[in-house]
Design a protein around this ligand. Sequence first.
Ligand code: G1P
Length: 294
Amino acid sequence: MIKPLKKAVLPVAGLGTRFLPATKAMPKEMLPVVDKPLIQYAIDEAREAGIEEFCLVTGRGKDSLIDYFDIAYELEATLRERGKKSALEALAPSSVQAGSLVAVRQQEPLGLGHAIWCARSFIGDDPFAILLPDDIVKGRSCIGQLVETYNKTGGNVVAVTEVPPEHTNRYGILDVGSDDGKLVEVKGLVEKPAPEEAPSNLSIIGRYVLTPDVMKYLAKLERGAGNEVQLTDAMAKTIGEVPFHGLRYEGTRYDCGDKAGFLEAQIAFSIDREDLGDSVKAFLKKYKQYVDAP
Ligand code: G1P
């Protein structure tokens, strides 16, 4: 029997150095895309997939992420008193059911694999999703699409997309077996290979559904690329033990860990909104001259 997927781990211990000084006193996962922090996009996406138990793997200086999911009594009382209905409604997605969100600390930055290992008590013997909040995906819940595949295969599923061959050294890359254009069988995985060593240009984005089998390999805390404990290496060891697939998801991913990707996300998530679309289109026209300049 395939165990239903109910849990998600969100690694949020990163220092956010690419966004300094903005992230000096604020977690990068609290940076807003339009009017919602990155972390909220990940939680919303997981909820759309029926996930209601969350574990944030945090680090020092990241406590505001936990506060964000708490009830803000004073704020809510003031808004209610003043009859600010829409502001109150805007707060709703940031409330979680009591006891459904826990946090563990990753005390040292030893890599993504180490972060997931820090969540081992939360994971227990259950399948779990991982969402890296740096990546946001516009469209139908990406993790929901992986869950649909997991419900059929009962194995590991990662969201994948083709990247330019010169960018393979930024991602986990698949060695591809059978491929029907949407679902690919994973024969091997390499973390951040140089273009000349990459088995393909099919890369993992920050969305995973994994069975707990990966945890015994993570527990070895073996170092890989960048001298970090790599999730990709531990996942690679489960190939042959559990079914393993990559899913070319529907939707557009924005890499908000990158300044250009973050800026593009601001446009993408506002241009089709009823309250903002017209203003965004109007100001974009102002910049057309720069786009057209030789
Ligand atoms: C991590 C993973 C990598 C994956 C990427 C997706 O890398 O290690 O396999 O492709 O996330 O965003 P990071 O971005 O943390 O360097």
